[in-house]
Design a protein around this ligand. Structure first.
Ligand code: ADP
Ligand code: MG
Ligand code: ZN
Length: 476
């Protein structure tokens, strides 16, 4: 391809406040339609907005975590448009003077570090929802519960060049917001939504090409797919001598393509102006400092600490800290049994594989960290073999039963008694005369066969080290 892609993201994150941005109504998801509304959020004439302080704190937290400068004075503006899910006829947002400016986010894609500029973060309220599946062909319903739910919009610079970089940026943003506990990050519930701006330019060119904007992509995979499709679509247009038109497009996952939603000509003129019902938002230095000191440990700092405190390889530290609940689970395991690398291996191989195939996340499983830790300790002190460990692991995962109970109920304890093992070995050597001959004639690779036969006979419970020792002694 002779083009280079230029990609910038606009991410909307719902702030995890209990009440809405300008009224005391609940933000709870899934409530009966139009039960969490009041004169303010349903847009009754003359009702006055009162700003939610917690929402401001959460927005400032996000800005600080993303290295932004918090603006001491920012302005809420009215963004005017008509839509049935917007009873006021305008959305309260921030326009010329947003709360946060000029931050950054570091991503690693294919082992390459890239610093992505964060142009701005502003606060705004969400709109309501239209429900089209009403059972009536000719009607849609309006649910205003979501009206005035607090959002932040995070706008990246046009710094990304591949679909993977865009997905990595979105993923990292989500992780940070979830770490900060300012957003639940649930893309299915629309907690987090991403728009991708995509344009192409000839490789080496400075000027940007015309961009299209893909709206509301709600999974990392879809975002990658949508951008990859869009790059291909624009390249074909340019190759054919055509011009890309500036427009808003929608991703259709079923058809694996983007389709036009509206062109620039149809774009709204929002007639932004400062909302006369709201004072300028003033966040003074003292308040910013207070919020700064309340920031939790973020993924990058945690990963560094996992390397320095637990001696984990960089790669393991990255994987374990990517999501906060997983990092917490790991550290709880370490409290139970201080063998970081051994625990890390079990989590990264067995546990993550099972979570993925069962489509569960770590907070949804029955196996407690101290149970996993205890099982690993039992392997290390020779009570059970690694293979038996895997059996116990699956059982713990399925039922949340303590490893000791599983071992007792299933008789899985490792046999270390040499005379018991010796009897089995003698029996096998007596039976396998041909293989014994082979071994003695120098074909020492049949040794593994003998180990396997003993293990099989003993249901995997024999201590492998002792089996090896006795076998070697008897065969040589
Ligand atoms: P709006 O979408 O409201 O017009 P902006 O013009 O500020 O807002 O741009 C929004 C996003 O588009 C930003 O993430 C920015 O980095 C990105 N962007 C701007 N120009 C381009 C371009 N030519 N190609 C790709 N992305 C772009
Ligand atoms: Mg935009
Ligand atoms: Zn309300």
């Amino acid at each position: 391809m002779k083009y280079e892609a230029v990609i910038g993201l606009e991410v909307h994150a719902q702030l995890a406040t209990k009440s809405k941005l300008f009224c005391p109504c609940s933000t709870a998801f899934g409530a009966k339609p139009n039960t969490n509304i009041c004169p303010v959020c349903s847009g009754q004439a003359g009702a006055l907005p009162v700003l939610n302080k917690m929402a401001v704190e959460m927005a400032v937290k996000s800005g600080l975590a993303l290295g932004c400068t918090i603006q001491e004075k920012s302005i809420f503006a009215r963004k005017n448009y008509f839509y049935p899910d917007l009873p006021k006829g305008y959305q309260i947002s921030q326009y010329e003077k947003p709360l946060c400016l000029n931050g950054h986010l570091d991503i690693v894609t294919d082992g390459k570090l890239k610093r992505v500029h964060i142009q701005r973060i502003h606060m705004e309220e969400d709109a309501g929802k239209l429900l089209h599946e009403t059972g009536h062909e000719n009607f849609s319903h309006v649910d205003l519960n979501r009206c005035s739910t607090p959002l932040i919009e995070i706008v990246s610079g046009p710094d990304l060049s591949t679909p993977q970089e865009a997905a990595d940026t979105y993923r990292k943003l989500r992780n940070i917001l979830v770490y900060l506990e300012v957003c639940d990050g649930n893309m299915q519930e629309g907690n987090l939504r991403c728009d991708a701006n995509v344009s192409l330019r000839p490789i080496g060119a400075k000027a940007f090409g015309t961009r299209s904007e893909i709206k509301n992509v709600n999974s990392f995979k879809f975002l990658e797919n949508a951008i990859a499709y869009e790059i291909k679509r624009q390249a074909e247009i340019l190759d054919g001598g055509g011009k890309v038109v500036q427009e808003t497009r929608l991703w259709n996952q079923a058809k694996q393509m983007t389709t036009s939603m509206r062109s620039k000509e149809e774009a709204h003129d929002y007639r932004y102006f400062p909302d006369p019902d709201l004072l300028p938002l003033v966040v003074d230095t003292l308040w910013i400092e207070k919020i700064k000191s309340s920031l939790p440990e973020l993924p990058e700092a945690k990963a560094e600490r996992f390397v320095s405190d637990y001696g984990l390889p960089e790669q393991d530290a990255q994987v374990l800290t990517a999501e906060k609940p997983m990092a917490h689970y790991f550290e709880e395991c370490i409290v139970g049994f201080n063998a970081p690398k051994k625990i890390a291996n079990w989590i990264m191989a067995e546990l993550m594989r099972e979570l993925k195939s069962r489509e569960l996340d770590i907070t949804q499983i029955k196996m407690k960290p101290n149970q996993l830790a205890h099982m690993v300790a039992l392997i290390e002190n020779g009570t059970i073999s690694g293979a038996i460990g895997k059996t116990i692991f699956m059982e713990m995962l399925n039922s949340g039963t303590d490893p000791d109970k599983i071992i007792e109920a299933k008789g899985l304890k490792q046999v270390t008694d040499t005379s018991t093992i010796e009897i089995v070995i003698d029996k096998i050597i007596a039976k396998e005369t041909e293989n014994v001959q082979r071994y003695k004639s120098g074909k020492t690779n049949v040794f593994g066969f003998f180990v396997g036969a003993v293990m099989k006979e003993m249901g995997g419970k024999a201590n492998p080290k002792i089996v090896n020792e006795i076998l070697r002694k008897k065969l040589n």
